[in-house]
Design a protein around this ligand. Structure first.
Ligand SMILES: [Zn+2]
Ligand SMILES: [Zn+2]
Length: 229
């Protein structure tokens, strides 16, 4: 499970709802319905304007970056995000995923447009204290903070473990523009059951660089677990 609808008290995700739609202005908030978007607007407006301005800047410098990133996330991101948060944050800091967040940096590369999952190469993955979030998001932390609190509350209410924060930095191949995206990830008991991988950083690199089909891999893993037990 990964992305949540940003609507107040809504717990629809990109798995339970057919498809979440992006806020057209900031391209950061996701909604399952117009109603959720409308109810979220009063608390979203300020962030949306700031984020919208950042996007306009990125679009001016590198028009294709946002589109490329969105397609990459769609084809690759959801399962990968949960996996690296479980492996990195929970493996290293079993009780500290609320005080730490993770940054995944990727760089655009030459690719076949029909294979959006190959659009980015791995650059770096790192773990930071929450107090560094402010530097990274340039002050736009209020909304991320409240979205995290909400994700956490709802995750618990639905019997899950909690929420972790992943920030994705996607840089254009020309290195003129970088998109920064905060992605709250819901940690479920099922996610935690996956085997911990000590070499998760290397694996993340391979998964991104080789554009490994994560959905198929998880199904394969699940099948394997059944076979072993
Ligand atoms: Zn919703
Ligand atoms: Zn918005």
């Amino acid at each position: 499970m990964s992305r949540l609808c940003a609507g107040p008290s809504c717990f629809n995700t990109d798995q339970s709802a057919n498809q979440l739609r992006l806020c057209g202005k900031c391209k950061a908030a996701h909604y399952c319905s117009k109603e959720c978007q409308r109810r979220h607007w009063p608390s979203h407006r300020l962030f949306c304007q700031k984020q919208g301005a950042q996007i306009s800047m990125v679009l001016a410098e590198c028009p294709s970056l946002h589109k490329t990133y969105s397609l990459w996330r769609k084809s690759m991101g959801a399962f990968l995000c949960t996996w690296i948060c479980v492996q990195g944050l929970v493996l290293k800091f079993p009780h500290g995923y609320r005080t730490k967040f993770m940054v995944l940096s990727i760089i655009e590369r030459k690719h076949d447009p029909s294979l959006p999952q190959t659009a980015f190469a791995f650059h770096d993955v790192s773990i930071h204290d929450m107090c560094r979030l402010q530097d990274l998001l340039r002050g736009d932390t209020d909304e991320v903070g409240s979205h995290m609190v909400e994700s956490e509350r709802l995750a618990k209410r639905h019997g899950h473990i909690g929420a972790a924060l992943l920030v994705i930095q996607a840089t254009s191949s020309l290195r003129t523009a970088t998109l920064v995206r905060a992605v709250p990830v819901v940690l479920t008991l099922e996610d935690m059951a996956y085997e911990k991988e000590e070499h998760w950083e290397d694996m993340t690199k391979v998964i991104i660089n080789e554009a490994i089909d994560w959905r198929r891999m998880r199904k394969w893993e699940a099948g394997l677990n059944v076979a072993v037990s």
